[in-house]
Ligand binder design. Structure first.
Ligand code: MCN
Ligand code: CUM
Length: 798
């Protein structure tokens, strides 16, 4: 995959003061963000631009009898009212989802979830469009909805997808993994078995910026340009071209600055297609930007798994088998944003950090009258659900055996010398050292002292109970390899294109798309490290399909594992050519030219004073190129990773549970993460803080709920509770470094780890406070009323 190079050594100080690996370089992008010069979709204004407002169904399940747009059309600034009939003329009434289902762009026959797209009003300004949308009259024949997956699978449930020929019920698919018989045998023979039901509630990714697009059809060039909020511009261009029939080279997708993605901006939404269709028909630019409630109510949601976990173990806590059964609510369409061969995402990594011989998982997915989705919100394609399951079950087992949960973990960890390790469900873990991370976290958290304090409080019948929760999670991020992972058939590689200019600075173009992760800084650091350039001399460009090399986008924490590898390899290719130019400049043989990572310079072997910098080499490449070489200094790499990367960590959470009110307070929050070699520790810290906040939101506050009529009851930020600074404790972070053996710079992804790893640690802490009274589980979000109820059911309330 790349020229032989051991890469940066994590033991040594990296970066060498030029802003390479390991340096806390300030974020290059922040200057424009904090001075109000960001360039978001809603900032784009084009001459003659029209505005699109979507008319949405107030009902969750209803047949459309009639749509009358005449009163809207009669308004002054309204230019057009579009319905499914108009889109049908252009074959755009439906679009494929990422899981090969077909979703209505505008509803043709039957509404399948509340706020589904029914019609669109195009007007000269946003206000007129909104007023017009209110004047569109839609006659509905309201049907009974079903919002719960279990209800949806009952025989007399309303049929969500009656337009599908073979669909007689709401069942979408069954999926399983592992070895059922072997697992059953282990359960039959086990000393101890435990079982727990747990729900991973439906969540909303909640980026600051909602989804939107400015579509601009140019009839002179036959070209469609769409500025849109996209985590995957190239993949979206291919899909746009396939759906619209406009040849791919005549479609340009631009993702300017994106105000947060969190998985929300991986799917294609009807609004994008409507804006593009309207621009095509009206031959004017059309802008569509969602409002907050539209985003909360209709955008790709996260989770919604009802799980039953089981563990079979010996009396001294050795785990022999794990089994899990899942009921998944996929909403009205099968539209989870994940590699197409993985209908349950990467959920089958549910054996976690443990060496377990037998495992079996089964899952049933159902249609309901709710918005589609399932994969979003820092989930690593449902590793969140898998980690929650196993880390909760280990705690349940520890309680059953009356053992310390950290002892159970230690007994079962995959040993650090067992890597590469193949799990019972077929994952190939690249590297890990779980005990080291756990030791570090326990030490940072004063674990033993808190255990003492916990005992004291129980003995003294204290008003506030203490709970200590641990999670030792393993992540899997960095999809491909392309043969295993694809989006709509396109293999999941990624790319980087590095061009050095005659004056010695460079432009790196990448196929991934940052939404706040700081790629403009960290990717420049990779090049600085691998080429000896100064980080300020490298500009990173992304998000324009006309200029960037094809890439699959940013999600599943794949940017560093895949595009980061591509950037390193492209830089090394440039370095190879640089050697030839250096030889020419220094009048030496190419074999005698060595590159020194420390100084970043090229010199003649055995003569360190005969050296030359990359800036001088750049000049040589353009002004005095060697006869045997092409002029210029650039390289491109398309990187198909041989394997995914397996970051991990140990989190320790200490909580106080108020026996009178059920309120939970964080006393201590320790997070030790291992993402292999670290590019920018400050950016990593930021990723961890944000992810932990989202983990706290998950465990304590957030849930998308529906009433029996299918109304979204948490459709705004008054009801859908995001954590604020008030709810967030002081985090103590630490790290260990276990490099990925197959990644050119030894890095693993980190963006999702904290959201994946923290919810079980928090729930483990809250249950731990009450486990002496027999509490084995509290469902998320652990609101005070829920916790109080649990306290009172177990005689702990006062
Ligand atoms: N990094 C590093 N050293 C490492 C690993 C990562 O310095 N060993 C840096 C990276 O170079 C990058 C950042 O940390 O600048 C995150 O990298 P990575 O783990 O590769 O994740 P991605 O860049 O692919 O980001 C995706 C991930 C996902 S899937 C979600 S969801 C999420 C998350 O990132 N969405 C975010 N973090 C987010 N942060 C912000 N601000 N906004 C979002 O929408
Ligand atoms: Cu699962 S949310 Mo991210 O992969 O964009």
């Amino acid at each position: 995959q790349h020229p032989e190079d051991d890469g940066p050594d994590p033991e040594k100080h990296c970066g060498h003061g030029r802003g390479g690996m390991g340096e806390e370089v300030s974020r290059k992008e922040d200057k424009r963000f904090i001075t109000g010069r960001g360039d978001y979709v809603d900032d784009i204004k084009k001459p003659g631009m029209l505005h699109c407002e979507i008319v949405r169904s107030p009902h969750a399940h209803a047949r459309i009898e009639e749509i009358d747009g005449s009163r809207a059309m009669a308004m002054d600034d309204v230019v057009a009212v579009l319905t499914a009939d108009d889109l049908l003329e252009h074959d755009l009434a439906t679009m494929p989802t990422l899981m090969d289902d077909t979703q209505d762009v505008l509803v043709n026959d039957k509404v399948k979830f509340q706020s589904q797209e029914v019609a669109a009003v195009i007007a000269k300004d946003r206000y007129a469009a909104k007023d017009g949308a209110e004047k569109v009259e839609v006659e509905y024949d309201v049907l009974d909805p079903v919002v719960d997956a279990e209800e949806a699978l009952k025989e007399d449930a309303p049929l969500v997808r009656d337009e599908l020929e073979d669909q007689e019920d709401n069942h979408i698919f069954d999926w399983d993994t592992g070895n059922e018989e072997e697992t059953q045998r282990a359960f039959d023979a086990a000393d101890v078995t435990v079982e727990e039901d747990m729900e991973y509630q439906r969540l909303h990714p909640a980026p600051i910026e909602t989804c939107g697009a400015v579509a601009d059809w140019d009839p002179g060039k036959d070209k469609m340009t769409v500025h849109m909020t996209s985590q995957a511009p190239h993949a979206h261009r291919t899909l746009f071209s396939q759906v619209s029939g406009i040849p791919e080279h005549k479609v340009r997708i631009v993702s300017p600055d994106v105000g947060g993605g969190f998985g929300n901006k991986v799917p294609i939404y009807p609004g994008y297609v409507v804006a593009a269709a309207a621009s095509y028909v009206l031959e004017q630019p059309v802008k569509w930007v969602e409002e907050r409630s539209e985003n909360i109510q209709t955008t790709g949601f996260a989770r919604d798994y009802e799980m039953t976990g089981e563990i079979a173990a010996t009396e001294d806590g050795e785990i022999e088998a794990v089994r899990v059964d899942v009921l998944a609510n996929h909403g009205a369409y099968n539209a989870a944003a994940q590699p197409s061969k993985f209908p349950a995402g990467f959920f089958n990594i549910f054996t976690g950090s443990y060496d377990i011989d037998a495992a079996y998982g089964s899952l049933t997915a159902a249609f309901t009258n709710t918005a589609p989705g399932g994969v979003a919100y820092r989930c690593s394609f449902r590793v969140t659900e898998a980690v929650y399951l196993i880390e909760r079950m280990v705690k349940v087992l520890a309680d059953e055996l009356d053992m310390d949960p950290t002892e159970v973990r230690r007994k079962n960890f995959i040993p650090s010398d067992a890597f590469p390790y193949e799990s019972a469900t077929g994952w190939n873990y690249d590297s890990g050292d779980y005990e080291k991370a756990l030791d570090k976290a326990l030490e940072m958290a004063d674990y033993e002292e808190y255990r003492e304090e916990q005992r004291r409080r129980i003995e003294n019948d204290a008003d506030k109970l203490l709970g200590i929760g641990v999670s030792s999670f393993t992540e899997v991020v960095g999809a491909g390899p392309g043969k295993q992972c694809d989006i709509a058939g396109i293999e999941m590689f990624d790319s980087a294109d590095l061009r050095v200019n005659p004056t010695g600075n460079a432009v790196l173009r990448v196929g991934v798309q940052t939404q706040g992760q700081g790629h403009e800084t960290t990717f420049a650091q990779i090049v600085a490290e691998e080429l000896g350039m100064d980080v300020d001399d490298i500009v990173v460009e992304h998000g324009d399909t006309d200029t960037e090399p094809y890439g699959l986008g940013t999600y599943g924490s794949r940017s560093t594992p895949v595009a980061g590898a591509a950037a390193a390899v492209a830089a090394r290719k440039v370095r190879d050519k640089a050697k030839s130019i250096a030889a020419n400049e220094l009048e030496a043989a190419e074999e005698d030219i060595e590159w020194d990572r420390e100084s970043g310079e090229f010199h003649v072997a055995g003569a360190p004073d005969r050296s030359i910098t990359i800036t001088e080499i750049a000049a040589g490449a353009f002004m005095n190129h060697p006869d045997q070489e092409e002029p210029g200094l650039e390289a491109t790499n398309y990187y198909d990773p041989p394997e995914m990367t397996y970051p991990f960590g140990s989190y320790v959470v200490v909580v106080e549970v108020d026996r009178e009110t059920g309120e939970v307070e964080f006393e201590k929050f320790v997070a030790v993460d291992d993402c292999g070699n670290r590019i920018n520790p400050m950016i990593i810290e930021g990723q961890i803080h944000g992810g932990l906040a989202q983990g706290i939101g998950t465990a304590m506050l957030e849930e998308v709920t529906y009433d029996d009529n299918g109304n979204v009851t948490g459709g705004d930020f008054m009801n859908y509770l995001l954590p604020t600074a008030n709810e967030i404790p002081n985090f103590e972070t630490g790290h260990t470094v276990t490099p990925s053996p197959h990644h050119p710079i030894g890095a693993k992804g980190v963006g999702e780890s904290p959201t994946v790893g923290s919810p079980p640690a928090i729930v483990n802490a809250v249950t731990d406070a009450m486990s002496h009274a027999g509490v084995s589980h509290v469902e998320m979000p652990m609101t005070p009323d829920r916790v109080w109820k649990t306290l009172s059911e177990h005689g702990l309330d006062i």
